[in-house]
Write a protein that binds this ligand. Structure first.
Ligand SMILES: Nc1nc2c(ncn2[C@@H]2O[C@H](COP(=O)(O)OP(=O)(O)OP(=O)(O)O)[C@@H](O)[C@H]2O)c(=O)[nH]1
Ligand SMILES: [Mg+2]
Length: 415
């Protein structure tokens, strides 16, 4: 049976009322995604944070009686609580209390499918839970299976507390191994240089739908938050015949828990290695302007804001639009509107990193010619004596690879 959840919206610091409302609505969606049922809710404008409970004393009493009245068994607060505040609130409210981070972690735990995803989520869960288990171990085991207690980290609750540190160390090592093997894959990918395009954006913006429409990848699409956890990579053939790799990635959200960012570092690295970023925005969401800012700041944090980027205004088939940008491309991944233009734009952006070259390939090197066809654009290939003379356009960053083919020279920069 679904948990009956009491949700507490919080406004504090420089937050405006409308920012508080958006964050609150998002938390309600997060709770629903986690399988909870919102029984009732309240908001508080926190002027002075009470270090013991975060919320003011009067408010805590009011919530306690509302929780009883509405028969709620779980209270979710739209704020990051310290382990002590979390515990104190539970005592005073007589209910299980979760903060925003715990709900997001829980959804990730539900969604983790691959071995790597599970390792990353378990690490994030344990990092979060370890300081909170003091005196709560039994409470957690009584609550087993409910929101906030599920997923790979669940088994850890059976461990002795001192073993949790060992488990964390073990997980870190395992994740490091996965990272190393990813690095090997990446090196292999570099050996067959195909440009990589990463699709990024706020959760539920339509990233997987864009991926599916472009490549019929059949990635899981759902009107819920964090439908995608593991990066999927597919090949896309551009109109010129050149191939690129398209990577669908995990969605961003405001106040992405730092435990998750740390644990999912390897996943986010896929974006770091991309040649181009396609940022997908749901323009039909009233929260769109805020979501653009969140994505910007996450990319900035990852030092990726200098990377070439295309902003795609998705869900244009919907009536209401809450964001405009003349440089951005309006599309509907669902109806396919504008998707042709997106492909052209991807091609155009990638081209600006290409150089026009003339290569002299010995006949025996059909393999190199194949590679040129795959990663570049061939204007002409003429047979002459011992060579095929190829007039082509190749990614600048791989140009060195082709230097051995004799009289290679840059003719002109492609525009
Ligand atoms: N009306 C409309 N709905 C869309 C469009 N693109 C995606 N959607 C819907 O938006 C919801 C989310 O789409 P996804 O592709 O799963 O979004 P995502 O960005 O991959 O989400 P996460 O993986 O959860 O971060 C689904 O219900 C889609 O059907 C569109 O162009 N128009
Ligand atoms: Mg997705």
């Amino acid at each position: 049976m679904a948990d009956r959840v009491f949700v507490v919206g919080v406004k504090h610091g420089r937050m405006t009322t409308s920012q508080m409302e958006r964050s609150f609505e998002e938390l309600v969606r997060l709770v629903n995604t986690a399988g909870g049922q919102v029984a009732a809710s309240t908001r508080q404008d926190v002027k002075r944070i009470d270090p013991a409970t975060f919320l003011g004393r009067g408010k805590v009493e009011e919530i306690a009686s509302l929780v009883r009245e509405n028969n709620a068994d779980l209270v979710v607060v739209d704020e990051d609580l310290s382990p002590v505040q979390n515990r104190n609130l539970e005592e005073r409210l007589g209910a299980f209390v979760l903060d925003r981070t715990a709900v997001i972690l829980d959804i990730f735990a539900m969604r983790a499918r691959t071995g790597e995803g599970k390792l990353q989520v378990e690490l994030a869960q344990l990092e979060y839970l370890a300081p909170r288990l003091v005196g709560r171990g039994r409470m957690f085991s009584q609550q087993a299976g409910r929101i906030g207690t599920r997923g790979p980290g669940e088994t850890a609750l059976e461990y002795e507390r001192r073993n949790i540190r060992d488990r964390i160390t073990h997980l870190r090592r395992q994740i490091e191994k996965v990272r190393a093997s990813r690095e090997i894959h990446r090196q292999k990918r570099k050996a067959v240089p195909i440009p990589m395009v990463a699709i990024v954006g706020y959760t539920n913006a339509g990233k997987s739908t864009v991926m599916n429409t472009l490549t019929d990848a059949q990635v899981f699409v759902e009107d819920k938050l964090f439908a995608t956890l593991d990066p999927t990579v597919r090949r896309l053939r551009l109109p010129s015949g050149r191939d690129v790799l398209l990577a669908d990635t995990v969605g961003f959200i405001r106040r992405l828990p730092h435990q998750l960012v740390a644990a999912f570092k390897a996943t986010f690295e896929e974006i770091a290695y991309a040649d181009l970023i396609v940022e997908v925005l749901d323009v039909s969401d009233p929260d769109a302007p805020q979501q653009v800012k969140v994505v910007d700041s996450v990319l900035e944090e990852m030092e990726l804001n200098q990377k070439p980027r295309i902003l795609v205004l998705n869900k244009c088939d919907r009536f209401e639009k809450f964001y405009t940008d003349d440089d951005a491309l309006p599309v509907s991944a669902m109806t396919g509107d504008g998707m042709g233009l997106l492909v052209e734009k991807i091609e155009g952006m990638l081209k600006s990193g290409f150089s026009r070259m003339r290569l002299y390939l010995p006949y025996a090197r059909g393999d190199v010619l194949c590679m040129i066809y795959r990663i570049g654009h061939v204007y002409s290939a003429k047979h002459s004596g011992k060579h095929v003379i190829v007039d082509c356009e190749l990614p600048e960053k791989y140009a060195n690879k082709f230097r051995p083919f004799g009289r290679t020279r840059s003719l002109s920069k492609a525009q």
